[in-house]
Write a protein that binds this ligand. Structure first.
Ligand code: ATP
Ligand code: MG
Length: 172
């Protein structure tokens, strides 16, 4: 059995989540079981969620209520995040998956919705074969330390700065 990896996609450039979903696509091709848990974002008709329904071996959970800088109630955000985190723990410990993606999880530790030490313990004790991808800006240095592969997406340009709004099929 090959040892699974802990992978982090971080940085301020575009491509953290989509690179993770690309890996899911690759893993599914090999018959791997994949679970995606998306934090922060609220359920909506995102292209990736619509696509996910087409894959039998792909499970998708959306455990958020929108981006926190728009939040009207941080306590509610925290409760939703905690619930998502409990689900993540359950999925990780189930040993039913080959790849689990924790999308935008860095916000949970950065906003102190969850304890970084608790996340580190879970990652350090994950089932051997399981690969885990964590995405989000400003990944904590303690996460970077224990990860096997860390990539920083660096913004060179983003069309958003030229006033081009989020584009269907590209951003959502
Ligand atoms: P993607 O989902 O496109 O791979 P991402 O996961 O790297 O992006 P997030 O921080 O999760 O980036 O951003 C959420 C949304 O903001 C996405 O629609 C993404 O395309 C867009 N985005 C990413 N980077 C930037 C940026 N530097 N400036 C403006 N918008 C961005
Ligand atoms: Mg993202």
């Amino acid at each position: 059995m090959e040892k699974g990896l802990v992978i982090i996609n971080t940085g301020d450039g575009k491509g953290k989540s989509t690179a993770a979903f690309g890996t899911a696509f690759r893993a599914l091709g090999h018959g791997y079981k994949v679970c995606v848990i998306q934090f922060i974002k609220s359920p909506s008709d995102y292209g990736e969620i619509l696509s996910a329904k087409k894959f039998e071996d792909l499970e998708w959970h959306t455990e958020g209520r929108g981006f926190t800088w728009n939040s009207d109630d941080l306590e509610k955000d925290k409760a939703v995040a905690r619930k998502g985190f409990e689900l993540a723990k359950e999925k990780i410990n189930s040993d039913k998956y080959d790849l689990i993606i924790l999308d935008e999880i860095t916000y949970l530790t950065n906003y102190k919705f969850i304890d970084i030490e608790e996340l580190l313990t879970i990652l350090n004790n994950k089932p051997d074969r399981l690969n885990i991808i964590l995405t989000g800006r400003d990944a904590d240095s303690k996460l970077i330390e224990i990860a096997d592969t860390v990539t920083e997406m660096k913004k060179i340009k983003h069309c958003f700065d030229d006033g081009i709004k989020a584009k269907k099929g590209i951003e959502f």
